[in-house]
Structure formats: structure tokens, C-alpha cells
Design a binder for this molecule. Structure first.
Ligand code: GDP
Ligand code: IMO
Ligand code: MG
Length: 425
């Protein structure tokens, strides 16, 4: 049975949650492999909207089992909150069908404080992080001073690790950021109070995935953020702090890379970005506003307005290459209704040359000029269309031109937020 990795091919918010939910029908296991509650994945079923930040988007399917992999950074307070919200909607979130890897790093209150304090002190070079402590938590992981989920079993270890982490951070808080020092004992106490609620979920995710494989089950790997926010391959330094590329689905869960069979890239039919950083096809005119209002482009995590622009096939070509995309799900196509012409960025002009892939030098993406071609717009309501042939010919032309430009087949076309508003090609 094929396993599938789902990644966002742009700068996040492509509609990964919707597609993961859709494909969870055919998958027994859904696992997140990176990021944390900087993610906001929206699922809409029969008009009811659920936004998930940490728990995999397969959780709404009663027969699915969901895991949070070792590559994720987990805020225990947010995890409990999300459990409570889901349980109050009648969803079974018992440890029978939800697990956290013993190796998952925990986001602690001082990570959030550090994230926000740093951003607060930056001026023009703000990254526009979500303020959820993601970067500082991954820093502690790399510095080998992070607290991991299984540590919650050992009170002394929790305190020792927090004392060590705060011995440095408190100096920054008090001497650089003008904040109060954090009391390690109090911090450890707050975390340990949550331990009895978290520990039942802490498990050996690698073993569960291997067992699922042995039984011929299907595993879905749910990416967060987008490829151009990847710490190595994204628009550095305006990126998140994890690898968002599909290859990290292996590292971030403890499965071998040969087990990642299909790589499905989620592509919004136009482009959006939250936070700072280069965005060659960004529109600051009425069309940008039309995309924002028709697409309800406000962040699912922070509520910030998303910057909007035309589809950029240069960054998508890079995503196809970086991830070896096997297919694409094109989302939010309905949002383009009513635009007289639709533009597609096919290449960049940079230093007098034509580029088919993004330039590599830091900051160079700010300097490129998009080269566009135009296709006819459409006025028909496509939100209830269920098969490809029913789509207006103008819409099919747009889809087929995107396929040509990226060189990857479009297998799913999403024409509305609801699970059912999807054309499988
Ligand atoms: P994710 O982070 O990639 O899971 O995406 P988000 O949930 O942050 O943002 C995608 C938004 O678009 C959500 O509000 C979805 O409900 C919505 N959405 C997803 N697919 C479609 C679609 O095909 N059409 C429309 N109109 N909305 C969609
Ligand atoms: P989903 O999974 C869109 C952006 C932030 C900021 C940068 C770094 O819903 O697609 P961080 O808090 O990660 O250190 O912020 O990354 N960012 C996202 N943008 N969608 C997301 O997740 C994002 N997660 C982080 O806005 O620019
Ligand atoms: Mg999102």
C-alpha cells in the first residue's frame, strides 16, 4: 500500500488540512513530522469548521490513528487545549488513537517569551514569526538542552533541564530584553502539573509505524508550513525553523526514506504569504484585495491578513524538484472566479537573465521581476462541480497550463473549503 507525504508547495496555508482530511478516508495512520502550533490547518465538513494546530488533520475520521512525530515541537499547554476542544465536539482523542513520540521536543513558556522578545526588538528585519516559540525550541534541540516528551516521567530531569536552559535565557531576559527572570522551580512545577495528562499519549511512534506497515496499512505524513519556509531551502532568513521538505517526513517520524512512496504537493491556485520575506508576485492593487477578500486570506493561527499575489510557477518548479513531487492538489480555484484575466508567473528576470528556478543568493528573490503570461478568467460558479469534464474550458486551460509549467500532474482540484468540494481527476 502506498504511503503519501503531503507538503505545502508555497509559503503555507495552501489547504493541507483539507486534503489530509480528505485522504484520511483511505489511510489508517496520519502523522505529523515537523513544525508545531505555528501551523493552522482548517478542515470543513458539512459546513462545520475545525482548525487544528498540533493534532493531525486525520483525527476527524473515527477509524484513523494519529501520531505526532519526533520532528514536531509540541507546546503541552496547546496540546491539552486542543484535546479539550476536540473532545467537546464529541471526537475520540483517547490514547487509543492519538500518540506523541517519546522523542518529541517540548515548547516551554520561555521559548515563547524569547521568540516574542526577539521579534519585538527587531525593526525592519522582523521575520513576522507566529510568536509560538518554534525557533527557540528548535534551537534548544540543536543545542542539546531540549526537554522531550518522555522526560516528563522524571521530575528531577525536568527540573535539571529547565535550570540549565534558564541559566542562559534568564541572562538574556534580564540584561537584553528588559524582562523578569523566570523561576525554574515554578516553570518545572507548571509543566509537571500537565505531565499526568500528557504521559498517557507518549509512545514509540517508530514502532507503531513499523507495525502499521507490516499490516499493509497506509500512512499519511502531514506536512506543516510550506517548502519556501524550509530552514535550508526557503527564503532564508525569512523562514521557519524546521525542514518542511518531504524528506523530513522520514527523519521527523523515524521511518526509512524508502517508505515515502507518493509526494503530494498542495498548491493554492494563487499565492499567499504571512509574515515578512520576498514575494515576487505579490499584488498591492485591487486584485490583491480581491484575492484576500474572496479567499478569506487571514491566518488560521494568528489572524494576520495574508499577503496575496498571482501563481508563481518558478517557486513551484523548485518545490517539484526539492520534493520529487509525484502529483499536485490545486486548491482554492473557486476564488479566482470573476477575474477578467488570470496571470501566471512563468519565469523571473534577474540581472538581465531569464530564470526558471529561484536565484540562490540570500535576498536575491527581492530583486527578481516576474515574467507573466495571461489566461482568460471565468465567471461560472464551479463550487459544486464534481468532475473534471464539467469545468469550464477556461478553467481547464489554466489547470493544464500549470501542469505544463511545473511538469507535475494535478490529481486533485479543490473548488471550495468543504471535504466534498473536491474533484478527483
Ligand atoms: P493549511 O495551513 O495548508 O491547512 O491551510 P489553512 O487552513 O491555513 O488555509 C486554507 C483556507 O482555505 C482554510 O480556511 C480552508 O478552509 C480554505 N480552503 C481550502 N480549500 C479551499 C478551496 O478549494 N476553496 C476555498 N474557497 N477555500 C478553501
Ligand atoms: P501552516 O501549516 C503560513 C511563517 C510565519 C513567519 C515564519 C516563521 O498553517 O501552513 P515561525 O513562527 O514558524 O517561527 O514563523 O513562518 N509561518 C507560516 N505561514 N502558514 C504556516 O503554517 C506557518 N507557520 C509559520 O508567518 O513568516
Ligand atoms: Mg494554515
Amino acid at each position: 500500500m502506498p504511503n503519501t507525504v503531503i507538503i505545502g508547495a508555497q509559503w503555507g496555508d495552501e489547504g493541507k488540512g483539507k486534503i489530509v482530511d480528505l485522504l484520511s478516508r483511505q489511510s489508517q495512520v496520519i502523522v505529523r513530522f515537523q513544525g508545531g502550533n505555528n501551523a493552522g490547518h482548517t478542515i470543513s465538513v458539512a459546513g462545520k469548521k475545525t482548525i487544528l494546530h498540533l493534532i493531525p488533520s486525520g483525527i476527524l475520521h473515527p477509524s484513523a490513528v494519529c501520531y505526532i512525530g519526533n520532528g514536531v515541537v509540541l507546546d503541552p499547554f496547546v496540546f491539552i487545549e486542543e484535546l479539550t476542544t476536540l473532545a467537546s465536539s464529541g471526537i475520540d482523542v483517547s490514547p487509543k488513537r492519538l500518540g506523541i513520540s517519546a522523542k518529541t521536543q517540548l515548547i516551554l513558556p520561555y521559548h515563547k517569551i524569547l521568540d516574542q522578545a526577539r521579534e519585538g526588538l527587531r525593526n525592519k528585519d522582523k521575520i513576522g514569526t507566529t510568536g509560538r516559540g518554534i525557533g527557540p525550541c528548535y534551537e534548544d534541540k540543536a543545542a542539546r538542552i531540549g526537554l522531550r516528551a518522555s522526560d516528563l516521567q522524571d521530575k528531577d530531569l525536568v527540573l535539571r533541564k529547565i535550570v540549565r536552559a534558564l541559566s542562559e535565557k534568564n541572562i538574556l531576559f534580564t540584561h537584553l530584553y528588559g524582562l523578569n527572570a523566570i523561576d525554574p522551580e515554578q516553570c518545572a512545577k507548571e509543566i509537571l502539573e500537565l505531565a499526568p495528562k500528557i504521559l498517557p499519549y507518549v509512545t514509540d511512534v517508530e514502532a507503531h509505524l513499523a507495525a502499521a506497515e507490516a499490516q499493509g496499512q497506509n500512512i499519511l505524513f502531514e506536512g506543516a508550513q510550506g517548502i519556501h519556509l524550509d530552514i535550508d531551502h526557503g527564503t532564508y532568513p525569512f523562514v521557519t525553523s524546521s525542514n518542511t521538505v518531504a524528506a523530513n517526513a522520514a527523519t521527523g517520524t523515524g521511518i526509512g526514506p524508502k517508505r515515502l512512496h507518493n509526494i503530494l504537493g498542495i498548491v493554492k491556485a494563487y499565492t499567499t504569504r504571512v509574515g515578512a520575506g520576498a514575494f515576487p508576485t505579490e499584488l498591492s492593487d485591487q486584485y490583491g484585495q480581491m484575492l484576500q477578500s474572496a479567499g478569506h486570506e487571514f491566518g488560521a493561527t494568528t489572524g494576520r491578513p495574508r499577503r496575496c499575489g498571482w501563481l508563481d510557477t518558478v517557486i513551484l518548479r523548485a518545490s517539484a524538484r526539492l520534493n520529487d513531487l509525484t502529483s499536485i492538489a490545486l486548491t482554492k480555484l473557486d476564488v479566482l472566479r470573476g477575474f477578467p484575466k488570470i496571470k501566471i508567473c512563468t519565469a523571473y528576470e534577474y540581472n538581465g537573465s531569464r530564470l526558471e528556478y529561484p536565484p540562490q543568493k540570500e535576498g536575491s528573490l527581492f530583486l527578481v521581476k516576474p515574467i507573466y503570461e495571461e489566461v482568460e478568467g471565468f465567471t461560472e460558479d464551479i463550487t459544486n462541480m464534481q468532475n473534471y469534464n464539467a469545468l469550464p474550458s477556461t478553467v481547464k486551460r489554466y489547470i493544464e497550463r500549470i501542469e505544463e509549467l511545473i511538469g507535475v500532474p494535478i490529481a486533485y482540484i479543490s473548488v471550495g473549503p468543504d471535504r466534498e468540494q473536491t474533484i478527483v481527476r
